[in-house]
Design a protein around this ligand. Structure first.
Ligand code: 3NM
Length: 207
């Protein structure tokens, strides 16, 4: 298993520019999730994001483009279910790259658990416009159900979560809460990230 630690909150962003804005706020982990960009641009953005994270002692998670993670030695990837089918899991493990996997129903959860991931994500907890999906909102109770199923494996809650709902997600059993729009669409994203950090510290977890 790879060395990583999942903080109770992390932002998901689509560019190195966002990484540059948010890592100085104190976020300990940030996911770079780029879509529909030329490969060379994604590689360059990922390299820039990695350098920024290293400067601020934050962990970078790269969404989907796992060969870039191997090339750039990014220690952490997040895979959607489609990428789970095609990714070279053995190569990622060989390079000591931690793997997180998105899940939306029990069948997907079983597929994720079959590769012994380092965490699984459940979503969307609430309605979201940030990702087009065949799955409707899961609701908070589903977090508790997932946590019972995965046991000590870290669980991330994602999808439509606002800062004010983060503590409830953690109390329901999530080990971490991830968000895009509540931060990037806020008029003051850096300030909002600081609010998230505060709201997710010291939340009492279920026994
Ligand atoms: N994955 P926001 S929901 C990237 O359910 C992502 O797998 C999801 O964005 C899943 O915080 C989602 O703006 C979008 O809702 C999260």
């Amino acid at each position: 298993m790879s060395a990583f630690s999942l903080p109770p909150f992390y932002p998901v962003v689509d560019s190195a520019q966002w990484v540059e804005r948010l890592v100085p706020t104190g976020v300990k982990l940030i996911q770079l999730r780029m879509k529909d960009k030329p490969l060379a641009i994604m590689q360059q953005q990922a390299a820039q994001a990695l350098a920024l994270c290293q400067r601020y002692a934050a962990q970078l998670v790269l969404n989907d483009y796992w060969p870039i993670a191997i090339t750039l030695k990014i220690p952490f990837v997040h895979l959607g279910q489609e990428d789970l089918q095609t990714a070279d899991i053995q190569a990622l493990k060989h390079h000591n790259i931690a793997i997180g996997v998105s899940t939306h129903d029990h069948a997907e959860l079983e597929k994720a658990l079959a590769i012994s991931p380092d965490y699984v994500a459940l979503g969307p907890i609430f309605p979201t416009t940030s990702k087009i999906m065949a799955f409707g909102p899961q609701g908070i109770a589903r977090i508790t159900e997932w946590k019972k199923h995965v046991g000590p494996l870290p669980l991330v809650a994602i999808g439509g979560i606002a800062c004010e709902q983060a503590a409830a997600c953690l109390k329901a059993g999530a080990d971490s809460v991830a968000a895009i729009s509540d931060i990037t669409q806020n008029p003051s994203p850096e300030e909002r990230a600081r609010e998230w950090l505060k709201a997710t510290q010291l939340v009492d977890k279920p026994a």
